[in-house]
Ligand binder design. Structure first.
Ligand code: SAM
Ligand code: MD0
Ligand code: SF4
Length: 363
């Protein structure tokens, strides 16, 4: 499929994908098994062709607001799991308003409000509804929520008060592996929350981890598992071992597998949103992920902010370079541009069947 074919045929392959060609499990196995640099570059080439067909050189930018790092869960891979003895924080409304004001007029299309499953909010969800309503008033931008699993009534309330996008990653659709990663958490409950959100008009993002003991069969199971629910956005992240967690001794894989899977996701979800997260390898890593077929930049945090990421590749660094201006500057060196807010609103509107109530501001 990719091996031993020339770029002429690669263009035709890209056109087939654009015209609706579906990859078989055998195709996925072949692509996941690629090891030769030349073949992997061909895969990235086809993925870029498909991405450019739907999005041209336009990129979407999300700011990341991790407003509470408290969590009641015990995910084996996560720095913020409840058993890890770390400094945690929970922003109050004034701090959140100040962040909104600092982000105003920055080149971002959506705000990602993320928390651990903090009992302070999970036991009294109205407090989170207040935050969503406030950020919507302050920013007037689409809002992504990443709150962990919340019940149907709360998801409906959040939707009514301005939430447009739910980010809730299954990490794997291989149930056995899931139990090892999201220890003690229900596989079904997590699936249901995304399905319910989609039903009531949210856009949804699903995501998988790689480098967590997922072999090719397990990865294919996860790719098919994601496909079943027709998400609006799909992601893959390389697992980065975190101090003080059960998986801290696991050796970290390179981003090769992640970059291959980003390209494969582009071929499986040609017109969907696929992120290059700054949280893994910063702006240099962003370039590789965009060249693999991504079209969104996430985990953007103002340089003077003390807000945390999730993986925090830059935890020890003096200088942070994941602010909107640095991102846009680097995009332009790649011949890419931030998209217009109208472009993004159309994508949100198309999925939710209701135009996002957001004024169109030139970026
Ligand atoms: N607490 C919410 C949840 O679990 O859905 C939202 C925040 S959570 C920290 C966001 C995601 O970050 C996880 O779903 C996982 O995919 C990713 N993540 C967390 N720790 C990671 C690690 N060590 N390496 C790579 N990705 C990680
Ligand atoms: C990211 N650090 O985009 C963020 C986080 C959660 N919705 C997003 C994982 O990589
Ligand atoms: Fe908590 Fe989310 Fe981390 Fe799991 S991934 S420990 S739910 S913050």
């Amino acid at each position: 499929m990719i091996k031993n074919i020339d770029y002429w045929d690669l263009d035709r392959f890209a056109q087939d994908i654009v015209s609706g060609k579906q990859l078989t499990d055998e195709n996925l196995r072949e692509l996941l098994s690629l090891t030769e640099e030349e073949d992997i570059q061909k895969l990235h080439y086809v993925a870029r062709k498909v991405r450019d067909h739907f999005f041209g050189n336009k990129v979407f930018l999300y700011s990341f607001v991790y407003f509470s790092t408290y969590c009641k869960n015990n995910c084996a891979f996560c720095y913020y799991n409840r058993c890890n003895d770390i400094q945690r924080y929970r922003l109050d409304m004034e701090e959140i308003r100040n962040i909104c004001r600092a982000l105003k007029n920055e080149s971002i299309h959506m705000v990602d409000l993320t928390m651990g499953e903090d009992p302070y909010f999970h036991n009294d969800p109205e407090k989170f509804v207040d935050i969503v309503r406030t950020v919507k008033e302050e920013m007037g931008l689409p809002i992504m929520i990443s709150p962990g699993v919340m019940d149907d009534r709360t998801l409906s309330k959040l939707r009514e008060n301005g939430a447009d996008f739910l980010a809730l990653y299954q990490e794997t659709h291989d149930r056995e592996l899931y139990q090892k990663l999201r220890v003690g958490q229900s596989f079904e409950e997590r699936m249901h929350a995304r399905q319910f959100a989609k039903k009531i008009g949210y856009c949804v993002e699903d995501g998988i981890l790689t480098g967590v003991g997922n072999n090719i069969d397990s990865t294919i199971k996860s790719l098919r598992g994601m496909q079943k629910n027709k998400p609006d956005m799909v992601r893959v992240m390389t697992f980065v071992p975190q101090d003080g967690t059960p998986l801290e001794e696991v050796s970290q894989e390179s981003s090769l597998s992640e970059l291959k899977i980003i390209s494969i996701l582009r071929l499986m979800f040609p017109d969907r949103l696929i992120p290059a997260s700054l949280d893994l390898e910063g702006i240099d890593g962003m370039v590789h992920r965009l060249n693999a077929g991504a079209n969104v930049v996430t985990s953007i945090i103002p340089s003077d902010s003390s807000l945390e990421g999730v993986v925090n590749y830059d935890r020890e660094l003096e200088e942070r370079d994941r602010d909107p201006k640095s991102v846009v500057k680097r995009l332009r060196t790649m011949g890419m541009e931030p998209a217009s807010q109208a472009d993004f609103n159309r994508i949100i509107g198309k999925s939710t069947g209701k135009p996002a109530e957001v004024p169109v501001v030139a970026i």
